[in-house]
Design a protein around this ligand. Structure first.
Ligand SMILES: Cc1cc2nc3c(=O)[nH]c(=O)nc-3n(C[C@H](O)[C@H](O)[C@H](O)COP(=O)(O)O)c2cc1C
Length: 350
């Protein structure tokens, strides 16, 4: 194994040495019995590819255009809470390394760094939002994101309640400094009546968000084609196939198994993204081949962040090399070229 491949494979082990136990547990954990989390990585490895040959793969187009913005990588950083507990520089280090790579970062509304500071790094960024029971309470936070230049708003819809997670010893919430998160909300926001997560989200909320922000709306946490169609009918510009890294409904389907039907249903009318268990350049090719317009990575960049900005920069660099190699080996030059590369799943894997 090359030094680079060893570094990539060792992300979790090194983070184990760097992070306090409750923070590491928070990053890695899944909901319930962690069935969905545990199967996510292997699910991509089940897919088999039918590569092209006799094609010129000298020049590659490694980037993509998402919602009208050109980015130099087909993966974005998924929104993750507690980046400042993983590294003191938190979202800033994540944003700087991602900006340097020409990538896209989706910033959690729970972020511990102000949107203005993140925007100043020059990164292309979108806001991820949960909506509260009283929607108007979200307005100041949404306005701050718009003022700071968010390019889209991603509404996470798989979290009417936070999925229960088992833990050993102290919970991260018992040890983490509350100043490390939710700095883009008004002071006292969480104590107000109606600040809990909405349990009555509906298609009309997409309209409301688009109208309040003037931004394209992406819906994150969709697994079914019928829901994807409802999102697009309600004005969503993109649908993000996700089971929240297995942190919400345990036993939710692996995203690779949900992606194809969503692409078939809405792929002509909206962009389709996917996340969950994607770890390598070959996984990115597999997702693109299965119809994803872009993919997102949650735990990988978060574990790399334990090693600071340089860790995230190295992750982007290594994945870029793997992605380029995988493209050439499949006889493809771009995301668009990869469509239809998928063959049947591996024998005995069903
Ligand atoms: C520690 C952690 C915190 C997360 N926080 C958020 C969040 O604030 N908002 C959100 O929409 N998703 C959140 N997610 C889910 C990710 O955006 C993403 O869907 C998931 O991590 C993808 O799977 P992967 O970790 O296997 O790449 C979080 C995931 C992790 C691991």
């Amino acid at each position: 194994m090359s030094a680079d491949a060893r570094w990539l494979a060792g992300l979790e082990d090194r983070a184990r040495g760097l992070l306090p136990a409750p923070v590491l547990e928070y990053v890695l954990q899944g909901a319930g019995d962690s069935v969905s989390t545990a199967e996510a990585v292997a699910a991509w490895q089940r897919v088999r590819l039918l590569p092209h040959v006799l094609r010129d793969v000298t020049q590659l187009d490694l980037g993509v255009t998402v919602l009208g913005s050109r980015v130099e990588l087909p993966w974005g950083v998924a929104p993750t809470t507690l980046q400042r507990a993983v590294h003191p520089d938190g979202e800033l280090a994540m944003a700087r390394a991602t900006a340097e790579a020409g990538g896209l970062m989706v910033v959690s509304s729970n972020a511990g760094t102000t949107f203005e500071q993140i925007a100043q790094t020059g990164v292309t960024w979108w806001l991820q939002a949960y909506l509260p029971a009283d929607r108007t309470l979200a307005e100041p936070m949404l306005a701050r994101a718009v003022d700071a230049g968010a390019g889209a708003v991603v509404l996470t819809v798989d979290t009417p309640v936070v999925g229960t997670k088992h833990h050993v010893g102290e919970r991260v919430w018992d040890v983490v400094d509350p100043a490390l998160l939710r700095v883009n909300f008004d002071e006292g926001h969480d104590q107000q009546p109606g600040a809990d997560k909405a349990t009555d989200l509906g298609p009309h909320d997409l309209d409301w968000l688009a109208e309040r922000t003037g931004l394209p709306v992406v819906v994150k946490g969709v697994l079914r084609p019928d829901d994807a169609r409802r999102c697009v009918q309600a004005g969503a510009r993109a649908v993000w196939v996700s089971n929240h890294g297995g942190r919400q409904l345990d036993r939710a389907v692996a995203t690779v198994d949900a992606l194809g039907a969503v692409v078939d249903e809405v792929g002509e009318d909206a962009e389709v993204y996917v996340d969950g268990g994607l770890r390598t350049g070959l996984d990115v090719v597999t997702a693109a081949a299965s119809g994803a317009d872009a993919v997102f990575l949650g735990r990988s960049p978060l574990l790399a962040l334990a090693e600071g900005q340089e860790g995230v920069a190295r992750l982007h660099r290594l994945l870029r090399e793997q992605w380029a190699e995988a493209l050439r080996l499949t006889g493809c030059r771009s995301v668009a070229d990869t469509r239809g590369l998928t063959a049947a799943p591996a024998p005995n894997s069903l």
